[in-house]
Design a binder for this molecule. Structure first.
Ligand SMILES: Nc1nc2c(ncn2[C@@H]2O[C@H](COP(=O)(O)OP(=O)(O)O)[C@@H](O)[C@H]2O)c(=O)[nH]1
Ligand SMILES: [Mg+2]
Ligand SMILES: [Zn+2]
Length: 308
């Protein structure tokens, strides 16, 4: 029978069958999926085939995994060519960001967006703690909202503590499977508690932001939304890495650059100092945000040359 994986704790998986019944499942034998070497063959969001093992104890054996629509991974600490799959079959990824207490940098947001593009997962940016924003932060929010909307992303403003903007956020989450990420302290757990009232995750107190050793376990877990859809929480995951990206392809992951690349004089243009560059021209003309272009240059600089 078919089931959906809600949680993985290493060797055991929590899965739910089509009638809504939960099981503890495990793997027997070895799976090879796609061509990637993965340290965890089954991940949250996977659709698996399973056989009952013990009816009384609700245990089952996973015997197969359906092809993934997409997945998010990160490089395993065990080595460069080993990947750890965090979640599969996502409809969107949601970045929780804040302009105050703490401040999320634009560079961090742009790296997140590049990663989402690489994984072919639409991204949603949720600015939380709106109740703390004064004119300065509201101006910044409006500016950033325009920049990201122009690049094709959805942006919203919420306050988990006061509930403002939450109805709009719920509409964006409805009937979708959404991976939640963002820095520690931005209010991910608080927001999950607002949209999943039955959940009551522990939130961190303010002094906990710089707390070392917090959230050392990083098992992703999926929750059903009461209004349809699912959220995947990834405690401890600060960002998904830009695994296997090359300098040449980076501009393809900036949507506002992607559709202008044919305009560059050289087809291997990196959009730095080359003559006849359509990207730099678009920045000069104000069609591409200067901040986004700076992020592009910064990320480009951080990518090692691909060695073949
Ligand atoms: N003022 C304000 N504080 C918030 C808001 N959302 C969360 N917080 C606080 O920010 C801190 C971190 O929240 P938490 O949900 O644990 O963040 P997480 O680390 O991303 O899961 C807690 O003290 C929350 O009470 C908000 O909308 N406004
Ligand atoms: Mg949390
Ligand atoms: Zn160019």
């Amino acid at each position: 029978m078919k089931a959906l994986v809600y949680k993985s704790t290493g060797s055991w998986y929590t899965v739910k069958d089509e009638s809504g019944k939960m099981y503890n499942a495990r793997i027997k034998g070895i799976f090879k999926i796609d061509d990637i070497t993965s340290t965890n063959p089954v991940s949250v969001g996977d659709i698996v085939e399973m056989d009952m093992e013990n009816e009384g104890e609700n245990t089952s054996i996973i015997t197969g995994i359906a092809d993934r629509r997409n997945y998010i991974n990160r490089q395993s600490p065990r080595g460069k060519h080993q990947h750890h799959i965090i979640a599969a079959n996502l409809d969107q990824s949601m970045l929780v960001a804040t302009l105050k207490e703490p401040r999320t940098s634009q560079g961090f947001i742009d790296r997140f967006l590049v990663a989402s593009e690489m994984y072919h997962v639409p991204a949603l940016i949720v600015f939380n703690k709106a109740d703390l924003y004064k004119k300065k932060e509201m101006d910044k929010f409006e500016r950033w909202k325009d920049i990201y909307a122009a690049a094709g992303y959805t942006v919203c403003l919420v306050s988990a503590t006061e509930g403002t903007g939450v109805d709009d956020l719920k509409k964006l989450l409805e009937n979708k499977t959404t991976l939640v990420s963002g820095h520690s302290g931005v209010g991910k757990s608080s927001l999950l508690n607002v949209v999943l009232p039955q959940l009551q995750l522990r939130t961190q107190d303010v002094s906990g932001w710089s707390g070392k050793g917090m959230h050392t376990t990083t098992f992703a877990e999926m929750y059903d939304l009461p209004f349809g859809g699912r959220l995947i929480d990834t405690p401890g995951m600060r960002e998904f890495g830009l695994v296997d990206i090359s300098k040449q392809e980076l501009s393809h992951y900036f949507p506002e650059m992607r559709n202008r690349l044919q305009g560059c004089q050289f087809n291997n243009c990196m959009h730095l100092n080359e003559p006849g560059c359509a990207i730099k021209q678009a920045v000069i003309d104000g069609e591409i945000s200067e901040d986004r272009y700076i992020s592009y240059c910064t990320i480009l600089d951080s990518i090692g040359e691909k060695t073949y």
